[in-house]
Design a protein around this ligand. Sequence first.
Ligand code: PRP
Ligand code: URA
Length: 208
Amino acid sequence: MKTIELNHPLITHKLAILRDEKTGTKKFRELTSELAMLLCYEAMKDAKLEKVTVQTPLQKMNTYMLDEHKYAFVPILRAGTGMLDGVISVIPNAKIGHIGMYRDEKTFKPVNYFFKVPKDIEKREVIIVDPMLATGGSALDAISLLKEKGVKKIKFLCIIAAPEGIKLVEENHPDVQIYTACIDKRLNKNNYIVPGLGDAGDRIFGTK
Ligand code: PRP
Ligand code: URA
């Protein structure tokens, strides 16, 4: 599936502030959450609705609702948790799993240190959230771990994606739809996205 890049003046505006090195932790967290909410809104465009009858103060009507219990969000730790508030505001009854992953500083390969997902994860559509898709290694491993658990439908939401990471995920998991606020130019020699926003985890948690 071809990666969907959100193209909207509000996204460009919020992203510009997020990228700015002068933006502090509080604002960075707020914007990460807001962008996650907008990404999730876009990702739910193909959601299947169920027929329901609602009694308004005036009359009964037939309409449609989402079965929120069919979804699970899975943030990739740490930075992915910064997107959680935003996506949960869109589907408050979704369950939440966690995948702990960090990039080894020398090899840039992801190291998986935690995996805990809802028991019935295979019955749910899973929406992975992680602000940065750089080499794509973390995304690739997270998707594989979920597929090993029997998950059939996966979407991947990120704020900035590098062409290298998109290519890797699209080639290995063509069934996974990626949604991103922006596709940046490339990776630098340290496999950071440029122009990017720096280290998402450190900026969300203020660890550097
Ligand atoms: C960042 C980011 C992704 C990963 C992307 O996490 O949040 O998980 O790097 O890089 P990749 O596409 O090359 O795998 P990081 O390893 O910095 O861990 P953190 O979230 O704990 O800061
Ligand atoms: N992880 C980040 O937080 N930023 C990058 O640019 C690449 C990986």
